[in-house]
Design a protein around this ligand. Structure first.
Ligand SMILES: [Zn+2]
Length: 496
């Protein structure tokens, strides 16, 4: 492969601290040199007036498909990982991605919820959104404490997934809030023994005790302290909701005492999940969350639910139907804006999108190859514009952090969260010599998310070039629809 030179851009690299005009030479999928007078190359990208940064790394992306990759490419992302949910079985998932080809680098954790479904219900479907919804028709795995035998089976299934290359353990605890502390201690002990992180959607998210978000974080802090496991908190914003200030203090103090806890957040006041999620079935939902049922809105047609019966009927009809959950009113409520800031600007916290799959109008998943995406597919704006929204609003417009720090939260910090357990991440999130050539070139003045809740499938603007594993996938703002350079990010010492 010939050399590729990205010339004359403003190189911003949090790993080296470089912020200045320089050239970046790429050879054989790696950064070969950064500096001036690097000589000629077969291909040259003129980056004059543009920012050159390490490609963004998304720790939390459920799309994992060609259409999801393309939308995320325009959000500046070069590596997209499903860690909160994860997959099961792990080996066949990686095999399928390699066979179909991916645009972005990809990877997944091993899926605790599906280990639970297998061990406690006996169905052994491959993990998917549809299978997840179907599994919610039998609530034993959601509501029950596992027996000792079931716990042993759950741990064995997770261990199998780690052996097959899963890069940690995804713990969707809020979807199985009946899981007991004894089981989760065993899961976290496994994580510590295998030196992999867990990625947790905490057990509870209500604003009041018992079973409040604060109680759930106290448990998570306890797992970190008692087992030594690295506990990564997924979407700190939407798990903490209006109680972000209290939860921030809890988690921050635990970190400052030396516990191995990391945090990610996304810059929206609205979450998204399946309609059958356990937290919607809480009989005291309105009081415990301080929100009406109309805070829950179907993705495909924008319908807002009226009451509990209405929502339960939708759960029975199509349990994997995607919904939005409006939890912070950042358009009208100043305090809610401050709370979202605390989550998004969390010290050393990563930006992570929680990008959702794309859906057809009938609610089925869209995995097609059309580009641009069909006009009628839906998801959540974060699936298209999470990182560009953060850079546009928090960095450029409000200057809450420097451009260097903003890029660090999108690239180097997520790489560092993973690099102790997945050494391949030592080569990502950086523009240093020898690093993987995952490079983002963007126009800082015009970089902007375009997706909103009425137009979820609008790609972001301002990403001019995107190089994944040394291969351009966006050139002069245009997607190369044939490019499939994405490589797996996987646990080492694993074959297959
Ligand atoms: Zn989640």
């Amino acid at each position: 492969m010939g050399a590729l030179l990205i010339s004359g851009g403003r190189v911003v690299d949090p790993a080296s601290g470089l912020d200045g005009v320089a050239d970046v030479m790429i050879q054989d999928g790696r950064i070969a040199a950064v500096g001036t007078d690097l000589g000629g190359a077969e291909r040259v990208i003129d980056a004059t007036g543009l920012v050159v940064a390490p490609g963004f790394i998304d720790l939390h992306a459920h799309g994992q498909s060609i259409p999801a990759d393309r939308m995320q490419a325009f959000d500046g992302i070069t590596t997209t990982l499903d860690l909160e949910a994860g997959v099961m079985p792990v080996a066949s998932w990686y095999r399928r991605q390699a066979e179909q080809g991916r645009i972005l680098n990809y990877g997944a954790a091993t899926n605790w919820a599906f280990a639970r479904i297998g061990a406690m219900v006996g169905t052994n479907e491959e993990s998917s959104l549809e299978a997840f919804g179907r599994a919610m028709r039998d609530r034993r795995w959601m509501d029950n404490v596992a027996t000792d035998a079931e716990t042993a089976d759950i741990v064995a299934r997770i261990k199998q997934g780690l052996n097959e290359g899963g890069i940690g353990i995804g713990i969707l605890n809020a979807y199985a809030p009946g899981a007991g502390v004894q089981e989760l201690l065993e899961v976290c002990k496994l994580a510590a023994a295998e030196n992999v992180p867990t990625y947790t959607h905490v057990a509870y998210m209500a604003r009041i005790d018992p079973k409040s978000a604060a109680e759930a974080y106290i448990r998570l802090i306890g797992y970190a302290a008692a087992t030594g496991a690295h506990m990564h908190i997924c979407h700190f914003n939407s798990s903490s909701k209006t109680d972000i200030a209290r939860c921030y203090e809890l988690v921050r103090n635990a970190q400052l005492k030396g516990l191995n806890i990391t945090v990610e957040a996304y810059p929206y006041g609205t979450g998204s999940t399946v309609v059958s999620a356990a937290f919607f079935s809480d009989p005291d939902f309105e009081n415990r969350n301080g929100l009406g049922y109309d805070s829950v809105q179907r993705v495909t047609d924008g319908y807002r639910f009226r009451d509990r019966e209405d929502l339960l009927a939708a759960q029975a009809e199509d349990p994997s139907q995607l919904v939005l959950w409006h939890v912070l009113d950042i358009d009208k409520n100043e305090r809610h804006r401050e709370l979202l800031d605390m989550a998004v600007l969390y010290p050393d916290g990563a930006i992570a999108s929680d990008a959702m799959p794309w859906s057809n109008p009938d609610g089925s998943a869209y995995y097609g190859d059309a580009w641009p995406l069909p006009a009628d597919v839906t998801s959540h704006p974060r699936s298209a514009g999470c990182f560009t929204r953060f850079i546009r609003h928090w960095v450029r417009e409000r200057q809450t952090v420097s451009l260097m720090e903003g890029i660090r939260k999108c690239s180097l910090i997520p790489a560092q969260i993973l690099e102790k357990s997945t050494p391949a991440m030592l080569g990502k999130g950086r523009l240093t010599v020898g690093a993987d050539a995952d490079v983002l070139v963007f126009d800082y003045e015009t970089l902007s998310d375009k997706a909103d809740f009425n137009n979820m499938n609008r790609a972001s603007e301002g990403v001019k070039h995107l190089v994944v594993s040394g291969t351009p996938v966006i050139a002069d703002g245009v997607m190369d629809v044939d490019a499939r350079p994405g490589k797996p990010v996987r646990r080492p010492s694993v074959a297959g």
